[in-house]
Design a protein around this ligand. Structure first.
Ligand code: FE2
Length: 284
């Protein structure tokens, strides 16, 4: 079976600059996979997606390349999480199998979503050790790039990190911090800190710059470039006020002196953050 054999009446809406925009088979496929997520009910197993060979092939290619690059470029804690989670390399893993393993390792579980969810919903779920993940695979024409989070970003980028106890705890604390944000302004500051740390954070380890950020760890091309970025010391006030452009490689990253230093600073920030902390930080 190939993608073009998958018939579904619905067609998923994609922006004109998306690699799958002109590919009707891909858009039908996206609609069918979103449908699977819509059938999920909390407390019940995540319904399986029957992936086609084209999708499994993208997974095989990207996961093999990323695994090789991670040995050189990922923080030790992430590599340890990846070893514990032991994702399969031969085909796209089902979210249910990843969720069961994750849950036995750190208590985090996965719930499927059809696409991007509101910021408050996505971050807030982390407080309950729930990671909301998409199940679709990026377009096969550009396997090393995706303009939106796909199952490769969610599982390789985030779930490997969530399999490590210290990183999992950081995600949980981040979720709690997001829930304490009553104003959109406080949430915006929080989400920038999250972006520059759990998505694009880097830290020095034994004289080398390495990453613990899911955005870099799931991006085949950008992961090779982060050592060329302009570096600033990890500082939540600067991170929370810095704007970013998701359509380009990040030109500027925040580097912690060590992974432990990143965990300490971020845990301290997330554990105390709320609207009044935001008020104080913006005037400091
Ligand atoms: Fe992400």
């Amino acid at each position: 079976m190939t993608l073009s054999d998958v018939i579904d009446v619905d067609v998923f809406d994609l922006p004109a600059d998306h690699p799958g925009f002109a590919d009707d088979a891909y858009r039908r496929r996206r609609a069918a996979i979103a449908e699977v997520a819509a059938r999920f009910r909390p407390g019940e197993p995540i319904p399986d997606v029957t992936y086609v060979e084209e999708e499994d092939a993208v997974w095989r290619t990207v996961s093999a390349e990323l695994t090789r690059k991670h040995e050189r470029l990922a923080c030790a804690a992430y590599l340890d999480g990846a070893r514990r989670l032991s994702l399969r390399a031969d085909r796209v893993p089902q979210l249910q199998e990843v969720s069961e393993r994750l849950s036995s390792l750190t208590g985090f579980r996965i719930e499927p979503v059809g696409g991007l969810v509101p910021t408050r919903v996505f971050y807030g779920a982390l407080a309950d050790r729930v990671f909301l993940a998409t199940q679709y695979v990026r377009h096969h024409s550009v396997p090393f790039y995706t303009p939106e989070p796909d199952v490769i970003h969610e599982v390789i980028g985030h779930c490997n990190a969530l399999a490590h106890p210290e990183l999992a705890e950081l995600y949980r604390l981040a979720g709690e911090a997001s829930r304490r944000c009553r104003t959109d302004e406080a949430l915006e500051f929080f989400s920038r800190v999250f972006w520059f740390s759990l998505e694009f954070g880097v830290a020095w380890e034994r004289g080398e710059l390495r990453t613990y950020g899911a955005g870099l760890l799931s991006s085949y091309a950008e992961i090779e470039k982060f050592r060329e970025a302009e570096l600033r010391p990890l500082d939540v006030v600067t991170m929370g006020t810095m704007s970013y452009d998701i359509t380009h490689y990040q030109p500027m990253l925040f580097a912690a002196t060590s992974f432990d230093a990143a965990v300490d600073a971020l845990a301290d920030f997330f554990a105390r953050y709320d609207d009044s902390a935001w008020q104080q930080l913006r005037v400091s």
